[in-house]
Write a protein that binds this ligand. Structure first.
Ligand code: ADP
Length: 644
């Protein structure tokens, strides 16, 4: 550093006195103040008298310790020291004020280079300090501002968040209300249900359901409560189940109430999005009706399975929907082979029209009982079966399918066949001696014409009558066995029905004198039929009218044309037939069992044969009867336009 060379010590003082910085000269040894310039006095707000001769320490009491050491160091080693971080105390208007300053300690040496004084330059660094401070304040302010801004932003964000949170809260509350309402309406609308929600501590969160009361629950007593508070026994029984569901297991159990109801109880764990369990959902459903129906159908299924009869159900389209064990045994097809298949698989081709006919009969409400037919087995055998068919109806009463019970009557049929064969054989064998007997009786009768013995003549007449009765019976049996074997042949021709009736009546009048006969309304009716067979039907109906009505009564025979049919009626004034019997009189071997019929001989085959003959002509036979009033038998035959 270079110093300005000033000549003349006396010039130095005025320069220093007027210097624009604070100057203070202290003696190096005592550190007493020798001089302070005007700027410093102003700075310190002091007078010369306040400072001169005083210890530097007194004046600069606030100086930091470093200041003095710097001062001493300058005195001792004669070097210039600068301390820009100093401060002096100024009392201004009674207020103390720290003024930051830079002290520059300049040693002043004598000719021997001994430091005798120290000139202290006091430079205010107020501006710098102020600037610094300002900068600092500014910085701080900026920081604060930033912080403030950030704070503001945060606040705004927080505010926004708060607003959203609030909105969310309102929405959440609303949705909670909605879900609660939804929960209750769902729970109340699941028929026969009780729904419970429990929290992780097993407390009831919600409980609702239409069987709540029935099960002994009241919502108000339960919600928010712990099950142990309500019924410790019930809780004991359910605790492990609650633990299982809250451990995340989904399961169902069945319970039978003491009152007899069955409940199916589902346990479902309800989870948070992260998979942790939030609560347990318990759904109890009253399944009593289903259970009872199941038990009933299990019983029925057992009956169906163990039945000796084949029990089959099918749709209206004849598709098999069930097939029991007996059906498997009887027809040889397994359940798997038949379900979903058409029933035509077991119907012989020539009987395929039976199905639509049966359906049509069922549709009119008619029962189809013991319908005898044949069915085909898997290995191609023809089975004789008796079918009982019932409609399967839905709740509205609509027919949705058919159930069939098929009984294998092959053996029964074979038995009947053997019986028929036997009857046929016996009748045939009896016919030969009877024919000779009749011939002998008739020969004897002719011889007796010239004889005067009345007894013998009457006896022969009676023998002849009885032989004829016997022949007619034997013929009946023969016809039955022929019919069963399909050996009755119908030989159709065109003939006058009224003519045939007249001939039969004439012959009857000759042999039957016990009743009165009339033939009316019978004019020129031509039919296409077998006259011998039709004659046997008419004779049979007339002989029944005679047999089952008292002597002397009228037997009225009529015939008429109705559309394309000729209708013959034979009316008697006899004992009549009860409705129950009326339904069966055309069955083979059917006879009315009553006191008044016991003495009347017969085998119950006449009407059966008559009905078969009429059916084979494509006609119908029926009867109307009033008990104790009389019976009218009708049969119809197809009419022909002319004899050619
Ligand atoms: P049967 O040989 O017994 O007469 P049928 O087949 O001719 O056999 O008749 C069957 C049954 O119908 C008879 O047993 C009888 O009870 C009843 N029956 C038939 N015709 C009459 C009638 N005209 N009046 C009352 N009952 C009758």
């Amino acid at each position: 550093m270079t110093y300005m060379q000033i000549s003349g010590e006396e010039n130095l003082y005025p320069i220093m006195w007027h210097a624009p910085v604070g100057v203070c000269i202290v003696y190096a040894e005592s550190l007493a103040i020798e001089m302070a310039n005007a700027h410093l006095l102003k700075l310190l707000n002091k007078t010369n008298g306040d400072l001169i001769g005083k210890s530097y320490r007194e004046i600069f009491t606030i100086a930091r310790s470093g200041d003095e050491s710097a001062l001493k160091a300058a005195a001792e080693d004669g070097k210039l020291y600068e301390d820009n971080r100093g401060a002096i105390l100024q009392i201004h208007n009674g207020k103390e004020q720290m003024i930051p300053v830079t002290f520059v300690y300049t040693p002043v040496k004598d000719r021997q280079e001994k430091v005798i004084r120290i000139a202290i330059w006091i430079l205010e660094n107020t501006e710098q300090a102020l600037n610094e401070e300002l900068a600092a304040i500014n910085e701080e302010l900026a920081a604060t501002n930033e912080e403030y801004l950030a704070g503001n932003e945060e606040l705004a964000a927080a505010n926004e968040e708060l607003a959203t949170t609030n909105e969310e809260l309102v929405e959440a509350q609303e949705s909670l209300r909605r879900s609660e309402k939804l929960f209750r309406s769902i729970a109340l609308n699941i028929p026969g249900s009780l729904i419970i929600v429990i929290d992780r501590e097993h407390r009831y969160v919600a409980i609702e359901g239409d069987i709540m009361e029935k099960m002994g629950y009241d919502r108000r007593d339960y919600e928010g409560k712990h099950p142990s508070e309500i019924s410790p026994e019930r809780y004991d029984a359910s605790k492990t189940l609650y633990e299982r569901v809250l451990a995340g297991e989904k399961f169902s159990i069945e319970r039978k109430a003491e009152t007899g109801e069955y409940y199916l109880v589902h346990f479902v764990p309800l989870k948070h999005d992260d998979g942790t369990i939030e609560s347990g959902l318990i759904i109890a459903l009253d399944v009593t009706e289903i259970k009872q129906a199941e038990e009933k159908s299990a019983k029925l299924a057992a009956i169906v399975e163990t039945s000796d009869d084949a029990i089959v159900s099918k749709t209206l389209e004849s598709v098999v929907t069930s097939w029991n064990a007996s059906a498997e045994r009887m027809f040889g097809y397994t359940e798997k082979e038949m379900i979903g298949q058409t029933i035509y698989k077991i119907i012989p081709e020539d009987r395929h029209d039976e199905e639509p006919n049966i359906l049509a009969r069922l549709r009119t409400g008619e029962r189809v009982d013991h319908f005898e037919t044949q069915r085909l087995t898997k290995d191609g055998r023809l089975l004789d079966v008796s079918l009982t068919i019932s409609p399967v109806v839905d709740k509205q009463g609509r027919i949705i399918g058919l159930s069939k019970i098929a009984r294998d009557i092959t053996e029964k049929k074979q038995e009947e066949q053997r019986k028929n064969d036997f009857i046929g054989m016996v009748s045939h064998e009896l016919k030969t001696p009877l024919t000779s007997l009749t011939a002998i009786v008739q020969m004897a009768q002719r011889k007796l014409l010239q004889h005067e013995d009345q007894f013998l003549s009457d006896a022969m007449e009676k023998a002849n009558q009885q032989a004829r009765r016997m022949a007619s019976m034997i013929n009946g049996f023969l016809n039955v066995s022929r019919l069963e074997a399909g050996k009755i042949l119908i030989e159709k021709q065109k003939f006058n029905l009224d003519q045939l009736l007249k001939e039969i009546l004439e012959e009857t009048r000759l042999t039957v004198t016990s009743h009165v006969f009339s033939l009316e309304e019978c004019n020129n009716i031509i039919v296409h039929a077998d006259p011998d067979r039709v004659a046997s039907v008419v004779s049979n109906l007339i002989s029944n009218a005679v047999k089952y009505s008292p002597k002397g009564r009228l037997i009225d025979i009529r015939c008429k044309v109705d559309g394309d049919k000729a209708i013959v009626s034979i009316k008697d004034e006899g004992m009549g037939i009860k409705p129950d019997d009326l339904a069966h009189i055309f069955d083979r071997y059917y006879r009315v069992e009553a006191n008044h019929t016991r003495h009347i001989s017969g085998f119950g085959i006449g009407l059966y044969l008559s009905a078969e003959i009429i059916k084979q002509h494509g006609g119908e036979i029926w009867a109307e009867s009033e008990l104790n009033e009389g019976t009218t038998f009708y049969f119809s035959l197809p009419v022909a336009e002319s004899l050619d």
